[in-house]
Design a protein around this ligand. Structure first.
Ligand SMILES: Cc1cc2nc3c(=O)[nH]c(=O)nc-3n(C[C@H](O)[C@H](O)[C@H](O)COP(=O)(O)OP(=O)(O)OC[C@H]3O[C@@H](n4cnc5c(N)ncnc54)[C@H](O)[C@@H]3O)c2cc1C
Length: 449
């Protein structure tokens, strides 16, 4: 197994896949633009602890993580908060991102992954329609397989020729623009809930959260569907401070503007010599943007597919089972959730308030976590609750119409994902991916912003 694998991007997906493949004998190098010791962001992440095992990685040291408490959700009028109720077996952990990286890199080093830090990847090197290497700021590097883990704006994916049939960039409304920062927590102010999530805060399109960490700091996240700047952060943060006086004004950590994919998975994730993983393949959960668990699971699927490629062809054909398994186990469910996300763009603040006040949304519905990979897992409810929900929806015809539209769209996309070709035949894949992409293109056209 002397074949060479190059990984573009040293994020969660890139390192997890690199370690699995190096462990089974491949010569794997990760190309990462950040300097050694400076990966990731200065904040915490929440994800399923079961994800580590999916990537063949042991649990991190006990002192580096804690069980995440349930979140409390607010609609724009803030009147009826709903505290989510995550079942015991779906509880998630919270970890500093730097600790996640330390654990991942220690694991990768143990399995002899090579790292090329401070190395900007510029794009793919092509030989016909096969990806054969990476153009980087430190020169050209060649390999037998290129794994694209360079995130939502990957320059590798973006510069593939059209013949590879891989979408180059996410469309408008498929990316959440987010600002995240930790502020001081003024002394003597006691919070009424630890994790508060504000849907359409101040009646504006988007989401925000204010979370507290003991007496140390308050964590602010603002997410919008279009780029925004410091002025908007300050204005919304001041509004949030009025209702959460424990959110101080002194910036302690973070303070970056970042992007999170919130869309259906990439229609085609592989071509000759190439496989995309993680944010580069849009593997995050479209509504909440959690991507770590799915990317770890995908690293396991990709490694399994590569091991089954006995001729080590790393062709579009031999890599196709990776994409097929991803869609079967995770992607098809995320494609449904993407329909819900698109519908939420069209829900008015008044309609969302109505859902909270009339019990249309419940603590169980809001138990979204990184293991929430389809909608049926969410809407588990007693027949009495279902009857009540239907009655309340019928009393609000415009909202009811949107919910019926959502149900129809989810049924359509379930059918489309089930029709994904079992084998990578170019003509069939082109036909299928056009249908899948057109479906979302049409949904996005309906968005009224
Ligand atoms: C504010 C915020 C909060 C989040 N919170 C959570 C959470 O709580 N739970 C959760 O599960 N997920 C969360 N996510 C999502 C999660 O971070 C991603 O889904 C996950 O990190 C995906 O891993 P990845 O390896 O695909 O991509 P990334 O982690 O984005 O890694 C990509 C890597 O590629 C590198 N890179 C990019 N371009 C180049 C280039 N040209 N050359 C070389 N290197 C390059 C980057 O430096 C980076 O190291 C959050 C994301 C954001 C932005």
């Amino acid at each position: 197994m002397s074949k060479k694998i190059l990984v573009a991007g040293g994020g969660h997906g890139g390192i997890a896949a690199a370690a699995l493949l190096s462990k089974v004998g491949y010569d794997v190098t990760v190309f990462e633009r950040a300097e050694e010791g400076k990966l990731g962001y200065d904040w915490t992440d929440i994800f399923s602890p079961r994800a580590w095992a999916a990537a063949g990685i042991g649990m991190p040291p006990q002192e580096t993580f804690e069980i995440k408490e349930d979140m409390t959700f607010y609609s724009p009028n803030l009147r009826i908060p709903i505290r989510q109720n995550i079942p015991e077996d779906e509880l998630e952990i919270k970890m500093e991102r730097t600790d996640i990286y330390d654990h991942l890199i220690e694991h990768a080093n143990k399995h002899k992954v090579k790292f090329e830090y401070a190395c900007e990847v510029k794009g793919p090197i092509m030989a016909g329609n096969r990806v054969v290497g990476l153009k980087t700021a430190k020169g050209n590097f060649y390999g037998d397989l290129i794994i694209d883990a360079a995130g939502v704006n990957s320059p590798v994916r973006a510069k593939l020729p059209a013949a590879c049939q891989i979408e180059s960039m996410p469309a408008k409304f498929e990316v959440l623009y987010a600002y995240r920062a930790f502020y001081d927590k003024p002394q003597g102010v006691k919070e009424d809930a630890k994790y508060k999530v504000f849907l359409l805060p101040r009646g504006e399109k988007g989401v925000a959260w204010v979370a507290t960490e003991g007496d140390d700091y308050s964590d602010l996240l603002i997410g919008k569907f279009e780029p925004f700047g410091e002025d908007e952060v300050e204005s919304l943060a001041d509004y949030l401070r009025e209702v959460n006086p424990w959110l101080g004004k002194n910036l302690l950590r973070g303070g970056q503007f970042v992007q999170i994919p919130i869309r259906q998975p990439l229609a085609v994730m592989v071509c000759d010599g190439y496989a995309a993983i993680g944010d580069s393949a849009f593997m995050t959960i479209p509504i909440i943007g959690s991507g770590i668990a799915n990317t770890f699971k995908a690293a396991g699927f990709l490694t399994q597919t590569i091991l089954e490629d006995s001729a080590e062809a790393f062709s579009a054909d031999s890599l196709w089972p990776y994409q097929a398994r991803y869609f079967k186990e995770i992607g098809a469910g995320l494609a449904q959730i993407a329909c819900l996300k698109n519908m939420l763009f069209n829900v008015t603040p008044q309609e969302l308030d109505y859902c909270f006040e009339e019990g249309i949304l419940t603590a169980r519905d809001l138990a979204l976590g990184s293991d929430s990979i389809n909608l049926s897992a969410l809407f588990r409810m007693s027949p009495t609750k279902a009857k009540h929900r239907l009655k309340a929806l019928k009393n609000n015809p415009p909202l009811f119409k949107k919910v019926l539209g959502l149900a129809a769209n989810m049924a359509k996309v379930t059918l489309i994902t089930a029709q994904m070709p079992k084998r990578r035949e170019s003509f069939k894949v082109a036909k299928w991916s056009n249908k899948y992409r057109k479906f979302y293109f049409d949904l996005l056209r309906e968005i009224d912003m």
